[in-house]
Design a protein around this ligand. Sequence first.
Ligand code: PLP
Length: 428
Amino acid sequence: MYTKSKTLFEKAQQVIPGGVNSPVRAFKSVGGTPVFMQHAKGAYMYDVDGNRYIDYINSWGPMIMGHAYEPVVKAIQEYATYSTSFGAPTELEISMAELIVSMVPNIDMVRMVNSGTEACMSALRLARGYTGRNKVIKFEGNYHGHADSFLVSAGSGVATLGIQSVPGVTATVAEDTLSVPYNNLPAVEQLIAEYPEQIAAIIVEPVAGNMGCILPQPGFLEGLRALCDTHGIVFIMDEVMTGFRLAKGGAQELLGVRADIVTFGKIIGGGMPVGAFAGRREIMEHIAPAGKIYQAGTLSGNPIAMIAGYTLLKTLQERPAIYTQLEEKTSQLVAGLRETFGAAGVVYQINHIGSMMSVHFAEYPIVDFSAASGANNELFRRFFHAMLERGVYLPPSAFESWFISHALGQEDIEFTIEAAKASMQAIK
Ligand code: PLP
């Protein structure tokens, strides 16, 4: 069933560390051989052995309209003939920045980068340069990319692999990163009191998606906003996952909380390697060459990446009903899974908002990293493989969010629920 994938994985391990170019793809937490993909269309991915999967990862978020979305593919094909990179400004970059500013609340200016990691790393530098302070508060199990400052109590692959402290991140850098449990406002207040006038930024995933999907509890984000205002701290919302996914204006719009700097990735590039950070003019004009805080990129604002992202964002802007439909699809899937797990007699929690969701096999609410870590990972592992065998591709780790795409049809949701029923029967 996975013959070619197995051969390719053996070959890959000879020339690529661990056989993959990003750790979670290696199936380390669920075991088994990662499936090598060949092509994908709409809600489906097809592997090299000819198996079809309904995709609930969607490239970890970007493919909100499904795979090979035709307007994006066409736009890329057309623009590729002009040149794949100029290293000089283009009109398209202005259109892209104007479009983002028109969709996202509380921002006047945008700087394009090449990944979510770069976006968060640059946002932190900007916050430090702007405030003249060094320290950053982040939350356990939140993931902001792999820049040194963020690899302290990080989620996503760092959590999946159970790495406590990352070799190569110096103690001096790690010292400036203060980490507290998600949804714990008093812990943040305590840190601010402990380090007066030293905190440059608080960075948060407004909905956490890197320890499974965890929602902010009422008052949490509002409380962070108020603390930032009182203490002159820059509030960075990492909307790499939630941006353009939870609403066209992201979590800021959906949850009604204002950020000082917001970071983007994933959907903003339409499947190309893109990120961005944005904020009010007064802060953003400190970035070089307008200001002295240096940030640059040979391929930043790349025309192919810009047209892919622009085309996808324009679709989302012009068709707001997409968000209601995504939410309906997610709720329907969640209802079917609840019924399935209930009938199977397993304890479970499903967190969901918009088109993000995740399943933890636990009897208590999943509100932070320690709760997520205590869930039954062994059951998740068996559920993952049972679903994979039945043609449903879930994130290969309980520390990741599932993403629903607009391409997912009614019959796909029903297929998934049936697969979940059969899986629970098989693994009980
Ligand atoms: N921030 C969040 C919330 C993310 O989920 C991710 C990646 O999953 C990143 C930052 C890093 O983005 P990238 O993988 O594009 O560097």
